[in-house]
Design a protein around this ligand. Structure first.
Ligand code: FAD
Length: 428
């Protein structure tokens, strides 16, 4: 076969493969909160949207404490149906090593997160998105026409493939599948999160976050109340292998928990051995590249998590909206190259809080001894959510009186990190 006929054969094969592929404007990879929100917003904007999800059911196994603020819900521009809400909560209460309790009161919800994610996808499907469970993205090939990038040919495990997409929105969570396939970013550093469902847990409807280095050196423990006395009791820790041991020790040391029953969550099949559930959370901050030719990264896949309490649902929901708007704009211009998609990082950078600054606060906080942490906490007002200038000045004054050396040990960044963990700064 001469070179010319060989080239014709290759061209014919490429044409055939593209011809066989299902086409769409936007392929959303992953049906977590980010994927559901991206599909919803993109289909609302009139785009032809496909969503693929590795698992056969949306949202299970749950890998989340399941809390979300009112601010996050209103940012989504939707009314939550009653069946996805487990409990209405007043906000966060931080419990410091000596037991000092300070509140960040901002109303929100504890969800039945898998039902929330399923409902979100139903909304997207109502707007025309097509959903394909049991489909896992594994490869992507660039498609060019007349030397111009026009999309990706996506392949993987599942019946929906091959898929030809003008834009791929990567909502694959910490898996970060597009970053891996296209070698866009290094793998992020992660922290492990793990929790049990417990019954008859006493609550006054606050989310209790324990900053207790005795159990978790760089992380925290939580009790997140749900309906009917249920609660998620868990932790995040950099010590992945010690997570279960430390959580068990915490529960057995706590008189309010140690007599209570641990059960399997309702979404787990009957008869399965009782065990915890969780996952990993990226903690290296936003990825260097959150877009490329025909690709936008959102949510955990983009490294968007709040540094102090590691919440990521709000950031996933909002970055999805930015990605959908960017995709609609690029498709209307008939140019899906990185240069047009470059408006996406501009959008999230102007909206999301300064990651490095909060991270400095977190490091400052974890560098304190338990005693210093508690002294700092006692200088805070009972309610930390609206300190304002006078409140902050009062804290500084108290610090100077009680432990002047603390003031000079980067306590201010630690204090600000709590402020940045509020819902309006995408903390939850
Ligand atoms: C223990 C724990 C507790 C947490 N608690 C909270 C909390 O209370 N509040 C909060 O805001 N955040 C919390 N987080 C973080 C939060 O869960 C995540 O930030 C959020 O779920 C990110 O949403 P996402 O849509 O980006 O990714 P994910 O929710 O991870 O969804 C990604 C989806 O993509 C799918 N997928 C992966 N790879 C592929 C592929 N190749 N092809 C197709 N599909 C694929 C996955 O199956 C998954 O369904 C917690 C995390 C953990 C681990």
């Amino acid at each position: 076969m001469n070179i010319l006929s060989y080239k014709r054969l290759v061209d014919a094969l490429v044409f055939f493969r593209l011809f066989m592929a299902t086409t769409c404007d936007v392929l959303v990879v992953g049906a977590g909160p980010g994927g559901g929100s991206a599909a919803l917003h993109a289909s609302r904007l009139g785009l032809d949207v496909m969503v693929i999800e590795d698992h056969n059911e949306i949202g299970t196994p749950v890998h989340c404490g399941e809390c979300i603020s009112d601010v996050a819900v209103s940012n989504l521009d939707l009314e939550l149906p009653i069946e996805v809400i487990s409990k209405r909560v007043h906000g966060i209460r931080v419990i410091f090593p000596d037991g000092t309790k300070k509140c960040l009161t901002e109303k929100g919800y504890v969800l039945e997160k898998h039902l929330f994610e399923q409902w979100l996808m139903e909304q997207a499907v109502d707007f025309g998105a097509k959903f394909f469970p049991d489909n896992k993205l594994q490869t992507m090939e660039r498609i060019e026409e007349d030397g111009r990038f026009v999309g990706h040919l996506c392949n993987g495990k599942g019946d929906a493939f091959p898929i030809r997409a003008r834009i791929v929105i990567d909502a694959s969570g910490v898996a970060g599948v597009c970053s891996k396939i296209l070698e866009l970013n290094e793998r992020p550093k992660v922290i492990a999160g793990m929790q049990y469902e417990m019954l008859e847990v006493p609550t006054d409807d606050y989310l209790d976050f324990y900053i207790w280095p005795e159990y978790v050196e760089k992380g925290y423990l939580w009790m997140i109340p749900k309906c009917d006395g249920r609660a998620n009791v868990g932790l995040v820790t950099e010590d992945k292998s010690g997570a279960v041991k430390e959580l068990d020790r915490f529960i057995s040391d706590m008189p309010e928990f140690n007599q209570l029953e641990i059960v399997n969550p309702p979404w787990r099949d009957d008869g399965r051995k009782i065990r915890g559930f969780g996952g990993t959370i990226p903690i290296s901050g936003p990825h260097k590249r959150t877009h490329s030719d025909g690709v936008l990264l959102i949510g955990d896949a983009a490294g968007f998590t709040s540094p102090l309490f590691e919440g990521g649902s709000h950031l996933a929901l909002k970055s999805a909206q930015f990605a959908a708007i960017t995709a609609a704009d690029a498709i209307s211009k008939n140019d899906v190259s990185a240069s047009v998609l470059g408006s996406y990082p501009q959008k999230w950078k102007s909206e999301f809080p300064p990651y490095e600054k909060i991270l400095r606060g977190k490091s400052a906080l974890y560098s304190l001894s338990e005693q210093d942490m508690s002294i700092m906490a006692r200088c805070f007002p009972e309610e930390m959510s609206n300190m304002g200038v006078s409140g902050k000045s009062m804290v500084v004054l108290r610090l100077l009186l009680r432990r002047p050396s603390l003031f000079f040990r980067r306590i201010i960044p630690a204090m600000l990190a709590f402020g940045y963990s509020r819902a309006k700064h995408y903390g939850w």
